[in-house]
Design a protein around this ligand. Structure first.
Ligand code: GTR
Length: 414
């Protein structure tokens, strides 16, 4: 009897390993096309299958991205080039006004840092959307406090009173923005708050989706608008000759991890997608049914995705698609996934195996990859492009250790 109890952990391990293997084996094949045939050439992948997958995600998950060509964009300088960080960096703040065909406007506060150095083709740059406004990232009182309402379902809303950011929100998310380290590593960063593109709340989002974007929230979820927002920040990079438009990495954490993946798949100007703890409908495989399920996400945040996606509620294990399809659409560009050991809601192992599956597409395109074959331990990382992954200790967050690994990966891209 005693022996059986002793063996329980071993049996459990065996069971989980088998369960994982079975699960991975039964993943919907990324190479099987809609017509039932298998992709048989690299060209067929790029010209047919990849497009088919993006179309599927547009129709059945996220909805259309707002069409950028119908908008006018203007930049107004809020803070001219200012020497900061003891003279190591230059910061500026710019207000991007986007005007639609009806003359309606939205304003986005953009904060830019770059090293105070000379460089030939501009600095490689991280483009970031964050949760509570630029003033939450840096406590400097010169940072413009975002005037757009902050009505996110995100529980950490320090210094946000009646949905408006106050001076008490200055620096509350500094831990997510190790700007000095970025500068010391030779990188520029362009940051803006996602809520300025569309609010993170059902009723308000529905209104902005209709009034400003001319879209129906049933057809397009807010993730598509946040994804579109990344592209507007990339437009800014293109307008600033201090920044290198051929070396752009886009970073998003959690709901913004989902958005940055969708943005990067759609916008080939983004050279690297840094997808941090994106979880359900991001990089996490749904079929494993670990952590957040589609139904759970859809019931708390129905406005993130379109109405068609609700069809998959309760069907996680029976899906005919899975998130490795979306990750694979990054090929041949770079994709990096960050996870934290205790963030089981995101199923870190499921995100790793999603990337492992996507790796097959890179290999099919004759691109060498270097991910380990087994899931890694907390504290380990694999930072050789084009597919990178790390697992840090701790919980759901975006921390210096994540950024250290992002920089390692970015440094490895020549
Ligand atoms: C959670 C949600 C996740 C994740 C996270 C976040 O509540 O269930 O899918 O996106 O929010 O964005 O912080």
């Amino acid at each position: 009897m005693k022996n059986i109890f002793k063996r329980i952990p071993l049996l459990l391990l065996l069971f989980t390993t088998i369960a994982n293997a079975v699960c991975q084996n039964s993943l919907p094949d990324v190479f099987s096309m809609k017509n039932g045939r298998k992709v048989n050439s690299q060209r067929e992948w790029s010209e047919k299958r990849r497009k088919e997958i993006i179309q599927f995600y547009t129709d059945s998950v996220f909805g259309l991205l707002p069409n950028a060509t119908k908008y006018k964009q203007e930049y107004e300088v809020y803070e001219k080039e200012t020497l900061v960080l003891g003279g190591k960096a230059i910061r500026k703040q710019v207000i991007l006004t986007i005007t639609n065909l009806k003359g309606n406007k939205i304003a986005i506060d953009i904060m830019v840092y770059y090293p105070n150095k000379k460089i030939k083709n501009g600095f490689p740059v991280f483009v970031l959307q964050e949760f509570l406004g630029n003033q939450s990232l840096v406590s400097d009182t010169l940072i413009k406090i975002i005037s757009t309402p902050i009505i996110t379902g995100n529980p950490e809303k320090k210094g946000i009173i009646n949905n408006l950011a106050t001076s008490a929100s200055r620096g509350v998310y500094a831990r997510r923005f190790p700007v000095e380290m970025l500068i010391d590593s030779g990188y520029a960063v362009v940051a803006a708050c996602f809520q300025a593109f569309i609010p993170d709340a059902a009723q308000e989002a529905k209104k902005v989706m209709a009034d400003f974007y001319g879209l129906n929230i049933e057809q397009t979820g807010t993730v598509s608008v946040w994804a579109w927002g990344y592209s507007r920040l990339v437009d800014y990079v293109y307008s600033d000759n201090k920044l290198n438009k051929y070396r752009i990495g886009a970073v998003g954490h959690s709901r913004l991890g989902k958005s940055v993946l969708w943005a990067s798949v759609n916008d080939s100007r983004i050279g690297i997608a840094f997808v941090n703890e994106s979880g359900c409908t991001g990089a996490k495989l749904s079929k494993r049914a670990k952590g957040e399920t589609i139904e759970k996400m859809n019931s708390v945040f129905p406005y993130w995705t379109n109405a068609n996606y609700k069809r998959y509620n309760g069907k996680d294990t029976a899906l005919a698609f899975d998130q490795h399809w979306l990750v694979a659409c990054m090929a041949p560009r770079n994709v990096y996934i960050g996870n934290a050991e205790d963030d089981l809601w995101c199923d870190p192992e499921g995100e790793f195996f999603s990337l492992k599956e996507a790796e097959k597409v890179y290999n099919f395109l004759n691109i060498k990859t270097s991910l380990p074959s087994d899931f890694i331990k907390a504290g380990q990382f694999s930072v050789t492009p084009p597919c990178g992954y790390h697992l840090r200790k701790g919980n759901h967050d975006l921390l210096t250790e994540d950024w250290i690994n992002f920089i390692r990966f970015f440094n490895n891209i020549k």
